[in-house]
Write a protein that binds this ligand. Sequence first.
Ligand SMILES: [Zn+2]
Length: 489
Amino acid sequence: MSITYKSTAFKGGKDKHTFVFDLKNTAKNSSKMDSKNIPKLKNNELFSIYSAAADGTSTTLMKLKDNKNFSKEDLRVIGGRFYKEYKRLKSKTLLLNIKDFQIFNGTSDIDALQGFVEGFLLSDYKLQEVKSSATKKETLDIEVHTSGLKPAKVTELKSQLKESEHVSQAVHFARRLGDLPGNMMTPSILAKNAESIKSPALKVTVWNKTKIKKEKMGGLLGVSLGSAEEPKFIIMEYKPKGLKAKSTPTVLVGKGLTFDAGGISIKPSAKMDEMRYDMCGGASVIGAMKLICDMKLKAHVIALIPSTENLLGASAVKPGDVLTARNGKTIEVLNTDAEGRLILADALVYASELGAKEILSTATLTGAMVVALGNSHTGFFTRDDKLAEKINETSIISGENLWRMPLTDDHVSDMQGSYADLSNLASFRGAGSATAAAFLEQFVLKDVPYAHLDIAGTAWNASKRKSYHASNGATGVLVRSFYEYVKNA
Ligand SMILES: [Zn+2]
């Protein structure tokens, strides 16, 4: 894909697709385009769209809701919707005019154009490599006309669009990790993908089964026992030159469960193939690290991804078995399908040992999260109000919906074990996401600000919520939020 910049006046041309916003219903862009043809907005609709094509050129008009403050995220959604139109019309070069983006209440022209382009680029994703005859990906050519914009603003626009290119590449990277099936995305392959990210400031270390055992990661090891695939513990440390030698890292932890059959407490067969997505927390964290590297952020960040399969082999953990986590706490496994918390526990203990300034973990952890918030919001749990505020601010910047959920001592007491210190299943029905977060919290050192983000509802199949997601498949959720969190720390 390429973005070129033109300071000349805005003209169409063969094989080009012009894009025009029409807020006031006055556009008459060419003889074949008339805003009268734009469908009327229905209730709650943000925009309606109308395109016409003739003589190798095409134009899309978009009518916007009146009297609305548009956020950058609204523009991403508009850009995502427009992408489908662009593809439908088989256009080649897309022409964008900065002037068209000067009509948005609440968002500057540069931010509006960036949001639009980001939504457009985020949409340009499809997993092709699993098919024997993969079609070659068409390149996107975008021509941005900046006529009337001051040179300093043009520079600003260019750097923001460059950022959006990196954002979309990192999100696509994470989506691909999520979409590849279990046999093509094992813990070893996931580790290789983490290692494929190149930056002089990044060091990737991968622990194998022997090392995991030696490091007393009893949760991760225990879950891996039912599988012939080796578990991996992936450590990605990003520390650019110029930081203090003793800087304290932000630690991101992501669940990398590459296929979850549920173990002996086996899941129902229907849609079990979707359990390839149980590593999407790990994918988000790896994608965020790629973006942090590509954007050369000045921050010390460590990502930890405990990775394994959860299967039913002869040595698999059985209900009632007791595992010992890295910090010595014992856990009785009442349901082998509540395995995410077992592998995250060891990673959280390790994160605390690294002297983390703060720890953010994410996982496709609980079905209860989907019941509570569906696929529109990622729920997060923290006891730290300051951290919650930071996450809320991040949510506004990234445009990803993050919603704070309760986490209290009641939830902790629900996770006490009968025989061991803890149980991996709550003793009381309901609030399954909060009790899971309460369990995880038991493995983080007191005084370290900690938040857990449950992406069970938002990691895949969320295209109805955001136009720029693929119609099915992984979303790459949280790549943008983790990046913005670190960038604005
Ligand atoms: Zn499970």
